[in-house]
Design a protein around this ligand. Structure first.
Ligand SMILES: [Zn+2]
Length: 68
């Protein structure tokens, strides 16, 4: 994903980075809410984050795992 600058968000036409996906993309914000994931990378990915168990179902739902 972040390693391939040619991968663009189909909605925003900007590089599809982890940061874009979790903090600024309207396409994913609804699902982030549904999975109770915070739009904040440091909260989301911290070692003690309680959100990691919801992170993978979210990525799988959007078929993002193969792109990471
Ligand atoms: Zn986007």
């Amino acid at each position: 994903m972040a390693r391939d600058p040619k991968t663009l968000c189909t909605l925003c036409n900007t590089p599809l980075t982890i940061k874009h996906l979790f903090t600024s993309c309207p396409r994913y914000s609804l699902t982030l809410n549904r999975f109770n994931l915070p739009p904040n990378l440091s909260q989301l990915l911290s070692d003690s984050s309680p959100h990691l168990t919801n992170l993978f179902p979210f990525l799988r739902l959007h078929n993002l795992l193969p792109q990471i």
